[in-house]
Design a protein. Structure first.
Length: 319
């Protein structure tokens, strides 16, 4: 809780904030941004949310999602401090981070921090989500948490814990979620809005990914690959990547699930593990990073060759 109190002291110093997050924001990034902006607004502060990437359609259900502006929109604003959420490094915010200039930088994140310390940083990799950290902060003035703020934080926590199934789900995570429901978040509204809105094209991509699933390392690895052309022909963007990456791990007996997909001339490799297998080290071997159970990296190879390299390494490592 000490860090939440420190953040209270930090925001006390300023009246106007630019809130931002990583490129291609997920519901944890967006829900945290929106909840914090609404809450700081109630404290009489002025806030703007600006991200490099536009708001994904899948997140328009978040209350007041129209507050999320896309760079360079919203930058004509006299902010005294920048709050960077759900990104371990301001460079992950892309064009926004590059444009902010010499103002105070406050970072709140649950990814391991790997850059020069900003003016204030509250980074706790033991916590499920940025949403859970923001919940701790706003709980200091619980009477200001309305149903919109509660919904945004609930969505952030729900999605970053894979619907409360990942190892990052603690009793505190569930208590936070329960409290947010008591404050007006509607679990079925969030689930229906975010998860039960799969398009035909997305379902087609899931079918392709499932039909190409292969095993390696005596069944301990499941992997599948999707090309640029698969996404193009299905009319689907990268917004389904997180759910797709879950598919290989869900197979019985698998310790590491691998999704390989073309991303702008490179191959993005997403690793998901279970049974305590650490995939962070594997991602780091290839120059990437992430968490113990979810990590990723990029390879500058054709898709088929990337598949061979990654599977060969996993066969060796998991022996
Ligand atoms: Mn997150």
């Amino acid at each position: 809780m000490a860090k939440a109190a420190d953040f209270w002291n930090a925001i006390d110093l300023y009246d106007s904030f630019l809130i931002t997050s990583h490129v291609r924001p997920d519901p944890d990034a967006l829900g945290s941004e929106l909840a914090l902006a609404m809450f700081l607004g109630k404290l009489g502060k002025t806030c703007r949310i600006v991200n490099e990437s536009p708001l994904p359609t899948s997140c328009t259900f978040l209350p007041h999602s129209d507050m999320v502006l896309t760079y360079p929109g919203g930058m004509d604003f006299d902010y005294q401090a920048v709050i960077c959420l759900d990104a371990p490094d301001i460079s992950r915010t892309g064009t926004v981070g590059a444009a902010i200039g010499d103002v105070a930088l406050l970072v709140i994140d649950h990814h391991p921090y790997n850059s020069a310390a900003p003016d204030f940083s509250w980074v706790d990799p033991s916590v499920s989500s940025t949403g859970e950290l923001i919940y701790t902060f706003v709980s200091y003035q619980r009477e200001l948490i309305d149903s919109d703020i509660a919904t945004c934080l609930y969505a952030a926590i729900l999605t970053d814990t894979g619907r409360f199934t990942y190892a990052n789900t603690s009793h505190k995570t569930l208590q936070a979620a329960a409290d947010l429901v008591s404050l007006g978040a509607d679990p079925s509204y969030v689930a229906e809005s975010y998860y039960q809105t799969v398009t035909d094209g997305q379902m087609h991509i899931f079918g392709l990914a499932a039909s190409r699933m292969r095993r390696a390392a005596d069944g301990a690895v499941a992997y599948t690959s999707l090309s640029d052309e698969d996404f193009r022909s299905a009319g689907v963007g990268p917004e389904v990547a997180q759910e797709l990456a879950e598919l290989p791990r869900s197979l019985a007996g698998v310790r590491v699930g691998v999704l390989l997909r073309d991303v702008g001339g490179k191959v993005k490799v997403s690793l998901r593990s279970k049974s305590g297998t650490d995939v962070k080290g594997i991602a780091e071997h290839f120059g990437g990073g992430g968490h113990h159970e979810a990590s990723g990296f990029l390879l500058e190879l054709p898709l088929a060759q990337a598949e061979i390299e990654v599977i060969r390494f996993l066969e060796e490592t998991l022996k």
